[in-house]
Design a protein. Sequence first.
Length: 240
Amino acid sequence: MMNARVALCLIFACFLCGAYGAKITFVNKCSYTVWPGTLTGAQKPQLSKTGFELPSGQTTFVDTPTPWEGRFWGRTGCSTSSGKFTCATANCGDQLECNGAGAVPPATLAELFVAPNGGQNFYDISNVDGFNLPMSIAPEGGSGECKPSNCPADLNAQCPAELQKQDGGKVVACKSACLAFNKPEYCCTGEFGTPEKCKPTQYSQYFKQRCPQAYSYAYDDKSSTFTCSQGPNYTITFCP
Ligand SMILES: *[C@@H]1O[C@H](CO)[C@@H](O)[C@H](O)[C@H]1NC(C)=O
């Protein structure tokens, strides 16, 4: 038979193991439907929702365990008219639930690391894989800096011609220079694989000037990584 002290310890341990997971709220403030996708990293099990439809004006939730790392994005222009479910931007394996498939770039990403035991969380909005729609990630509760990171601008509107992704004659997304040209100086690879060697370019600056809080290229860390501790929840807004 378990003695009382062991039982208390188990109850306390279980309380701790459930604490500090993050509740993620998705809000669609766009005038159009968005199909969010979620991807859990580090070979961990996927969340209970990996892809779903979020009509304009609607909200939905998903919980993460702790620790957790992964990313969120919003697909646009999805339809089943070709006989399968495909999206004009940020498609994930031709299915509504992404089931472990990532977003096909260009895609705006919200990246999140939920630390164990109320430790320091990291989060950001990234245009490293390009941009498809305005997005923000904002912590609620928690302690520390806990500032929202926001990319509210429509970067499709003035996307340089050589970076545009078009669909039916319309610019639906804006590629990063790494994606468009696949060159080491844009992708921060090879001899450009360090923060000292890989610098902003005229292309990354197109993104940075309009969305200063978002990552515009791989080593854009200083101005683009945000932190919050003590188990905040998060709201991810499309078209904030
Ligand atoms: C996060 O959301 C959960 C569920 O709604 C709530 O119980 C918890 O207090 C929230 N945490 C913070 C830090 O606001």
